[in-house]
Design a protein around this ligand. Structure first.
Ligand SMILES: Nc1ncnc2c1ncn2[C@@H]1O[C@H](COP(=O)(O)OP(=O)(O)OP(=O)(O)O)[C@@H](O)[C@H]1O
Length: 300
């Protein structure tokens, strides 16, 4: 388990991370979300020992990584722009990391590289941005560490590679006790893989939540009504968080129990109505609203 307590980091007078306390449960894909400059990368750098916090503590499995060199073997940190030697290939980087991470599974590296059509022997400098990202994600997955910290995990990956990579992460999480902490402002990329999120804004943690529980009483309904008044009436009768009409279709995100929401909609005799899943962006928006933030001022 990763525990951050009261973590604070200043750059001169700028408070990049402001008294952040957070617990990241084991076996989780945790999304650290926030706008540009929110403090996500700084927090990851403190966690991986690249930067030192001015205040607060980091504990990985109950141990502070700054006090115990061995605990650094429990995580693999993948920065926004990973470092590699000028002529290094995926194979030579795997050999290099094997010295730091003795459990690195070189057979799995070869297997995943083949699945993603990456040549193990080609210099990484000749790879495209997305191919480099794939190569380092493979190393992160195969390092055999309990934790992986990533800055912008699927950045630069095409839709097929993103899907494949997400499946590889899911497989690894099913196979062993594996926790992934990802810092990102691209909510759509983390859709369908995050179990927990933490939202940073101007260095402070606004909220952290288990997505499945936090949205238990928030529903998204897609409806078609024959009259525009129906929507206006529903706005008064339900706790509507968000409502948008596009042509015939109206999308309503409302808080409450599903039966009441559906019943109120049925009373307006809709042509069509359906309960659909919330996107991560909508979950984010809901969390922000619930914590008293105006989403338009924070994210748009
Ligand atoms: N080495 C540094 N020196 C001075 N200021 C820094 C340094 N690193 C980060 N900052 C500042 O700290 C704040 C947080 O930066 P950080 O890189 O952690 O944000 P972020 O949430 O990762 O943003 P992004 O999504 O754009 O990557 C920003 O205002 C940034 O300018």
């Amino acid at each position: 388990m990763i525990e951050l307590y009261n973590l604070t980091k200043y750059f001169g007078s700028l408070c990049a991370v402001n008294h952040v306390s957070l617990t990241i449960p084991d076996g989780n894909f945790f999304g650290l979300l926030g706008t540009n400059g929110a403090g996500k990368s700084t927090l990851l750098k403190i966690l991986s020992g690249i930067l030192t916090a001015d205040e607060g503590t980091v504990k990985i499995d109950g141990v502070s990584p700054s006090l115990c060199a061995d605990s650094k073997q429990s995580f693999f940190c993948l920065p926004d722009e990973p470092y590699y030697f000028p002529n290094a290939s995926l194979e030579t980087m795997a050999q290099f990391y094997k010295r730091q991470y003795p459990n690195l599974d070189t057979d799995s590296v070869s297997y995943m590289a083949e699945a993603l059509n990456l040549d193990m022997c080609f210099p990484l400098r000749t790879f495209s941005k997305g191919m480099k990202r794939q190569a380092f994600l493979i190393l992160a997955l195969c390092a055999g560490t309990r934790y992986v910290f990533c800055d912008e995990v699927f950045d630069g990956l095409d839709p097929i590679a993103t899907k494949l990579m997400k499946n590889l992460f899911r497989q690894e999480m099913t196979r062993r006790n594996f926790t992934v902490l990802v810092a990102s402002h691209k909510l759509d990329a983390l859709q369908d893989i995050c179990q927990n999120i933490g939202i940073l804004h101007k260095g402070g943690l606004i909220t952290s939540a288990d997505i499945s529980h936090s949205t238990a009483d928030v529903y998204k309904m897609q409806c078609v009504f024959s009259s525009k008044e129906s929507i206006e009436e529903l706005r008064k009768e339900l706790y509507v968080i968000h409502c948008h009409t596009d042509g015939y279709f109206s999308t309503i995100i409302a808080k409450g129990d599903l039966q009441t929401i559906q019943q109120k909609i049925q009373e307006k005799h809709p042509v069509f109505s359906e309960n659909i899943s919330l996107t991560l962006e909508e979950i984010f928006m809901t969390q922000m609203e619930e914590n008293g933030y105006d989403i338009r001022k924070v994210f748009l």
